[in-house]
Design a protein around this ligand. Sequence first.
Ligand code: ZN
Length: 494
Amino acid sequence: MKKLVCLLLTLCLATSVLLLACCSTNKMDEASKHANNYCLTCAYDEKTHIVSATQQVQFTNNTDNALCALKFHIYANQYRQDAKTTIVPILYNHVAYPNGESYGSITFDSVLVEGKPVAFVIEGDDLDVLSVPLVEELFPDQTVTVELTYQIQLANVKHRLGYTDNVVNLGNFFPILCQTVNDNFATTPYYNIGDPFVSDVANFDVTLIVKEDYLVATSGNLVSSSSENGYVTYRYTASAVRDFAIVMSNKFKKLSTLAGDTQVNYYYFADTDGEKSLETAKTALEYFNKNVGTYPYATYNVCETDFCYGGMEYPCLSMVTSGSKSYTEAIVHETAHQWFYGLVGNNQIDHAWMDEGLSEYLTYLYLDDMDVVPLSKNILAATKTYTTYVDVLNHYYTDVDRSFRPIDKYKNDNEYVIFTYVKGSLLFDTLYQTMGESKFWQAVSHYYQQMQYKMATPSNLMDSFCKKSNDEIATIFENFIDGKEIIGQIVQNG
Ligand SMILES: [Zn+2]
């Protein structure tokens, strides 16, 4: 009987594991089926630091209106000399540009719609949007193919897109479709604080031609490679990812391991303990697999790179800054973003606290569980940082705004960090302390299951937490969002 029960349980378990696996694949297939398709061929010239590219985009009109034009963000154009918004706040110039001023740009050779040249326009207040007129109106559910041929001049900058003596970062490099909101393209500008990017999941087929001594990490899975005349042609594919990034270097070393069904790679050049960083990436992926839900992609690449902030998240790829104070914290934080930003999207301009606050708090939980830093220590530090900042503001101003705001409404980068990361993590700690560990993880997991491959709103997040606890949880969210939270008491109570 016992054996039979065991056997039945084993069968049940095996079936549910299979069902879960199927479910996760089906969700990805389903998301992929409804996503737009990008096909890029890029060649990198290591002498001129120019990326020459041809990009085909197959776009399906999922709005309820006929469209006359397609709009793309061209973040590569923000690196030009006359940009109104500089790529980093002036205070960061010395970190981002250690070799002095340097500029980049994107120039288009041709834009074709269904094979025919069109008069494209570079528009937007800061020339940050490519508008592609359609030859004929595109009605709901109709598909159009656009082909862009362009060159990107990289700047010598430690940023998402740029080259240094050590690495080449290709983040936010290609023209990416603006998200459609209320039947229009959201042509939001670039901001030099936060991650001002919003994009839906799409499918990618990317070919990269690069000198053979470069090791290359991307957001895709390598499907083929061939060498000729000292150059390698790599082809990568990725289904249902929100963006596609590349980091490459002729100084990279690579370490690999497995976490669940995902191959985890660590690319590094200066990290003196690469094995430890790889192990951190692996254990973080396993930790979030267990507590949040299974990571559905086959590859996860962590890259040590030159960057002027701590790190940067892309689907299936994390940039971690060389010389970081703590590689561990940076790797865990960026890995948490694989779930929150990557798989579950949110508007990072309007509600940056959703992915930054949650990723930061999940990092604290990981560090606590792994006996690296006690949760109480991180929460005490966050509480002191936040309350001190608010105390100083209260000293100088009346009616201090403590609400979560869109990134362009924060006074500066410091205030953005204090609100989205620090106060954001305090919101999730308040939920954790109120609901208890088990219900907290159930809510996070529910949020992930419900919103995977989609764009979540604050209400979606709140609903998952209320569902796993009670409606009073909504008051906690609302108070934090509106700036009516009471945090100082935590310090007084120790
Ligand atoms: Zn982050």
